[in-house]
Design a protein around this ligand. Structure first.
Ligand code: SF4
Length: 469
């Protein structure tokens, strides 16, 4: 009772905050846009980071790299655990720009391939690979190129698919944004959500011309993945309005069948962790060196000498100030290594999900493909940690200089917490299914094996120096 009243008051307080914030949102977004442009452009007029003694505190480029990859990227990832895609709707300058220009958009219909739910996951994978071959974390000019292209795509999306109703649209945020796809999947774990007073029992719909900028059919909203917390639909006086709700972390995964599960998100949950960890680890693991050597020897034996030429600077890093020039060999090695790691992990998680789905039998008359989707979601918490440690590695590297070797205990503690949390959610989800003992045991074992596999891969990022040679 007491907990309920505290929760209600917190929900109301947050809702009022969001409503009060609404008029200020464009100004916040404008400031974020200026800050991002400043971070990307101003340090390029200063000295390049070429000496060992240079740090983020005495060099502008290093400072910008640290803010982008050590604060912004992991910060937005972590924020979804509390507030879902708040970043996207309230602060993101790319989404805001796309929305602003959409008011004068050409109103083209979104092509079917762009509306396919796999599009955001593919966008994430492509941009993650490109970011690695460009070495955006260590070269601000490359980061400028990457952000420039992403900005252009976001604006192009707004201009092409903008609305005739003068309501800002966010086709970019729903269908193409590479970060939005990560935040969308993991916002399902988040504490804050916007929900209907009476939950919908019909499938979540899609409506291009409603008030929701990401085209959610509000009367049928069931999931958080496309909700960018823009607060337009909060209407306390209206029966059809949504309200801010606080829930336990992982609620949507624990009851995933009632929250618009989507098979395409599995591509993300299964592939992205391997991609993220490999993106962090390739430069320090002997496995990558072996792959590069093998590929180089094979190229020589085939007389493919073009493999040893420098590639274009829009595709791979060419940093003259530190004499770092990627060859086509580097490009293919990095890409193959990351895709290979992603594929191996995805196959393992897919096999565990399949075993779990099979063990559940014809639960609730669901076909195997549906059960596979539901089991696949059960790996979401650990997948998120894996991505955080992989793509947010700049944060952990800078923490290392503050905490020294103690940081490893923090990382191991995070991993243990995520593993236990993941198993707890999955166990509770399975217990609701009323399976007999052996089906319950076998399906939980399948999920347990999958969780241990992701944990082992995560350990790879924590102990990169201890890889098999
Ligand atoms: S559901 Fe509401 S808060 Fe979420 S994106 Fe749509 S209009 Fe904005």
């Amino acid at each position: 009772m007491w907990v309920n009243s505290v929760q209600l008051r917190a929900q109301l307080g947050l809702q009022n905050c969001l409503l009060r914030l609404r008029p200020a949102i464009p100004y916040l977004q404008g400031m974020m846009l200026l800050a991002l442009v400043g971070l990307l452009l101003i340090p390029l007029f200063g000295q390049a980071p070429i000496y060992q003694w240079q740090t983020p505190w005495n060099n502008g480029q290093l400072f910008s790299e640290w803010v982008l990859w050590g604060v912004w990227y992991p910060g937005t990832l972590l924020s979804v655990l509390l507030v879902g895609r708040f970043w996207c709707g309230i602060l993101c300058p790319l989404g805001a720009l796309s929305e602003w220009v959409s008011r004068v958009g050409a109103q083209f219909r979104l092509p079917g391939w762009l509306r396919h739910p796999i599009a955001p996951a593919l966008s994430f994978m492509l941009v993650t690979l490109w970011a690695q071959t460009l070495d955006v974390r260590d070269d601000l000019r490359s980061a400028l190129l990457l952000f420039g292209v992403v900005f252009a795509l976001a604006v192009g999306c707004g201009l092409l698919f903008g609305s005739s109703t003068a309501v800002g649209r966010r086709a970019w945020c729903r269908h193409l944004c590479p970060i939005g796809s990560v935040l969308g999947v993991f916002s399902r774990l988040g504490v804050m959500s916007l929900e209907l007073l009476r939950p919908s029992t019909t499938a979540e719909g899609y409506r291009e011309q409603g008030i929701c900028p990401t085209s959610i059919e509000l009367r049928t909203k069931q999931s958080s993945r496309h909700c960018i917390k823009c607060a337009r639909c909060i209407k306390p006086q209206s029966r059809g309005g949504l309200e801010v709700t606080l829930r336990r972390p992982g609620t949507e995964i624990k009851g995933i069948e009632r929250h618009a599960p989507c098979g395409a998100e599995l591509a993300f949950i299964w592939f992205a962790p391997g991609l993220a960890i490999a993106g962090f680890i390739w430069s320090v693991t002997p496995l990558y060196i072996q792959l590069r050597q093998g590929l180089g020897q094979w190229g020589m034996s085939q007389h493919w000498y073009g493999l040893f030429a420098r590639g274009p600077s829009w595709l791979m890093n060419q940093n003259a100030s530190i004499d770092q020039h990627y060859l086509w060999l580097d490009f293919f090695s990095i890409t193959l290594f990351m895709l290979g790691a992603a594929l191996v992990l995805a196959l393992l998680l897919g096999a565990c999900s399949l075993l779990g789905a099979w063990a559940m039998g014809r639960m609730e008359q669901l076909p195997l493909s549906k059960r596979l989707t539901l089991v696949g979601y059960q790996f979401a918490p650990l997948a998120m940690l894996c991505i955080l440690l992989g793509l947010g590695s700049t944060l952990f590297s800078s923490l290392k200089s503050a905490f020294g070797p103690w940081l490893i205990y923090l990382e191991l503690g995070l991993l243990l917490m995520a593993l236990l949390f993941n198993l707890w959610i999955s166990a509770r989800w399975l217990l609701l299914k009323k399976l007999n003992h052996w089906r319950l045991g076998l399906s939980f074992t399948a999920i347990l094996i999958g969780c241990l596999v992701i944990s082992l891969v995560t350990l790879w990022s924590i102990f990169p120096a201890y890889q098999p040679g």
